[in-house]
Design a protein around this ligand. Structure first.
Ligand code: UD1
Length: 419
């Protein structure tokens, strides 16, 4: 079992380079099987989700190499095989094989996806949309069996702008007959990144990154190339850390417009930062004003930064209201923050954070990926030593996090203990 030990309170300075976005690469890899050609994907983060997806691709017959942040995939021998529970349960993004396999083979058998336990996380919007494209789906105890004779484009209005459903529909429709229109599509930047990869292969996707996406089906796809966009959630997490402990901490490889909502909120709290090209330099503020945060779909404040920002709110002078609107179970980290000295009252999906409270190091648990990030930020600002267990979750989403933080002056250590 992996743990992180942090001796908190250190001022941090230097440069942290942001890696490629987890939520892009986990869709780009399943998307790659849509072509029989060769794919080159640059700026790939070396995180466990990527390693699992590469294993899945190899299982399907792809020949892959991963060196110097670049993945090269040769899909000339990809076969249609069942995606078993052993693979699918390891990560949420395994469900992107539903879209790509049904498009390529017109048949797919896929076990239910895994992922962080942050709510019920149904996939009804994916399934309804697939059905409207002519796909028959049999839902067994723990797997989906999907078949289609003729995959047809359709007009699809999403009841909620789901990121996963938007990407899955794009994957299913690029080789379909006719036109697919996704209305009320998710607008997250990762979706435009996936579309740009598919378009490089010859797909015809228009409007990705807006709420109306049009896909004109093509007969086949050729070689593909893409560079993974910088991870806006990783960047946001390091900005929070910089706002609490930074002394001219430089966060490099950031697309500022992707994290406007975060920067706006930090500014409102009194944090100062300087942008220069693709970097942001940030320093701790002496006094933080209270702010309210409500998570929502892009370009709103991202739910994936809700947990780390809640730790920041404990250091604001006054009352901050935090509201999570995307998932029903994303406040499970709050008892751990309170155990470290925070004063947070939870009611439904809202939390009233009363600050400023000093935090004290102790043993805590990362209940999911972004809860791990919240605990990490807490450990960094706490006095004394913090030990975070169940850290596997955190390592799924943040590439080389211990090295990156050590390089800017944090006393942090990763310990791998036998179970
Ligand atoms: C993606 C991200 C995740 C992020 C989330 C919201 C990946 C791999 N993960 O997750 O990090 O937190 O977007 O920005 O990209 N919903 C339904 N029915 C559906 C689909 C979704 O009810 O068919 C609900 C979900 O339960 C959730 C909300 O819609 O409450 C958001 O889900 P969605 O946007 O699909 O998120 P994911 O793609 O799972």
């Amino acid at each position: 079992m992996k743990r992180i030990i942090i001796d908190g309170g250190q001022e941090i300075s230097g440069t942290i380079k942001i890696s490629g976005a987890k939520n892009s690469i986990v869709a780009l890899l399943p998307a790659s099987i849509l072509t029989n050609g060769k794919c080159v994907i640059k700026n790939v983060p070396d995180i466990s989700d990527v390693r699992i997806l590469l294993e899945m691709l190899e299982y399907l017959g792809s020949v892959v190499s991963f060196e110097d942040e670049t993945i090269i995939i040769d899909n000339s021998n990809v076969q249609n095989k069942d995606i078993t529970e052993e693979f699918a349960s390891q990560l949420r993004a395994s469900y992107y094989f539903m879209g790509s396999m049904i498009a390529k083979f017109h048949h797919a058998k896929i076990a239910f996806p895994g992922g962080c336990v942050i709510g019920s996380r149904p996939i009804d919007i994916h399934l309804d949309s697939f059905r409207k494209m002519g796909i028959k789906i049999e839902e067994k105890v723990n797997e989906f069996i999907m078949d289609v004779d003729k995959l047809e484009g359709n007009y699809l209005y999403l009841n909620f702008p789901s990121v996963g459903a938007t990407i899955n529909i794009i994957l299913a429709s690029v080789l379909a007959e006719g036109k697919t229109i996704i209305e009320n599509a998710a607008k997250e930047p990762e979706i435009a990144n996936i579309a740009s990869f598919l378009n490089s292969m010859g797909a015809r996707i228009f409007g990705a990154g807006t709420s109306k996406i049009i896909i004109e089906g093509v007969k086949e796809l050729k070689d593909g190339f893409v560079e993974v966009i910088p991870d806006r959630i990783e960047a946001g997490t390091y900005l929070i850390i910089g706002a609490l402990l930074g002394n001219n901490l430089k966060i490099e490889n950031v697309i500022e417009s992707h994290i406007d909502s975060m920067l706006y909120k930090l500014k409102e709290a009194g944090v100062k930062y300087k942008s220069c090209g693709n970097s942001i330099e940030i320093s701790r503020a002496k006094e933080l004003k209270p702010i309210n945060i409500k998570t929502t779909v892009y370009p709103g404040f991202p739910t994936d930064l809700g947990q780390p920002i809640s730790t920041f709110l404990t250091q604001c002078n006054g009352e901050c209201l935090f509201e999570e609107t995307i998932y029903e179970n994303r406040l499970r980290h709050i008892p751990h923050l309170n155990a470290m000295g925070a004063n947070i009252k939870v009611f439904d999906n809202k939390a009233l954070v009363i600050g400023k409270t000093p935090l004290h190091g102790r043993k805590v648990k990362a209940t999911d990926l972004r809860a791990g990030a919240s605990m990490l930020v807490a450990g960094l600002i706490a006095d004394g030593r913090t030990e975070i267990c169940n850290i596997e979750h955190l390592l799924r989403g943040y590439e080389r996090i211990v090295d990156k933080l050590s390089s800017v002056g944090v006393k942090i250590e990763l310990i791998d203990l036998p179970e």
